[in-house]
Design a protein around this ligand. Sequence first.
Ligand code: TRP
Length: 338
Amino acid sequence: MEDQKKRVLSAIQPTGEIHYGNYFGAIKNWVRLQEKYECVFGVVNYHAMTMPYNADKLRFNTWELIYNLLAIGVKPETLFIQSLVPEHTELSWIFSCFSSFGNVSRMTQFKDKSSQSKESQKDNFISTGLFTYPVLQAADILIYKADYVPVGKDQDQHLELSRDIAQRFNHQVGKDYFAMPETLHTETPKIKSTADPKKKMSKSAGEKHAISVFGDIQRIQKQIKSAVTDAGDSVEGVMSEGVENLFEILKASDELDMYNGLMADYKDGNLKYVDLKEATANALVKQTTLFTERKKELVADKRAVKDQIKSTSSDIRKRAQQTIKEVKELTGLLNVKF
Ligand code: TRP
């Protein structure tokens, strides 16, 4: 029965292109989770305004991310755009009254991001939204009464806060209304930058540190060809971080025969880096080609995709409205009729 399936919720900010670190670390896992759970995946555009941004870019990135997620294999019926479910922000306000200032102040992502923006900005603007962002995240999760949230370790603190809020809410209303959401720690490959394998793959360090999933094939080939294999500090008998990273990409791409063959070469001391690089580049090109092909079909009729996602968002919104209705009843707020 569908009702017995556990609920999974995750979300991603529309802040730019998807790179292979995002793909192997998160989105590929979303595609898998759809088979086993009742999934809801959000493109969280309210979150994307917490840092300095541009309206046209936000609009563009929101739809681009939708096309990209669909092309990768996320099912349309699981997908929604956060601003099409405005109840998230309503619940977020209510939750801000159920979260302690002290707890929210301890969130390290705020500390990291607010110091980042200090460096990158002349006017030193740090929004209150950046500070209360984890409260909105708690609303994203609890509004669908999610059981599991597949996120990386960096989000553990935010999940903890979501549980604190749920607990305080339940205590206040004298009822176990919200179940405690749990982090779903699936082992996902953590891909490093090929330009500097000491860093994780990410755009924030600079363009060359991320390989774009929907990028240009030649650029991908070049990025792998110039991948750092030996940073000059290698230790005899220990695989260098760069080489390990290429093997990791190969494995994450499900190229197991290639992986095993090249690993055997490595163990015999016969591995040629060019072979490893060629295999890795081919693996990525194969995936990029497939996804780009599928994306081409989707963008050929943008109107249809947009209509579809607006409609799935509105279906998903019904659940959010139900929660809001109950929450307002429980907290003594008068309800609008809908
Ligand atoms: N905070 C997450 C990130 O920075 C994005 C996010 C927003 C999220 N709301 C969420 C993740 C709800 C999981 C569940 O990556």
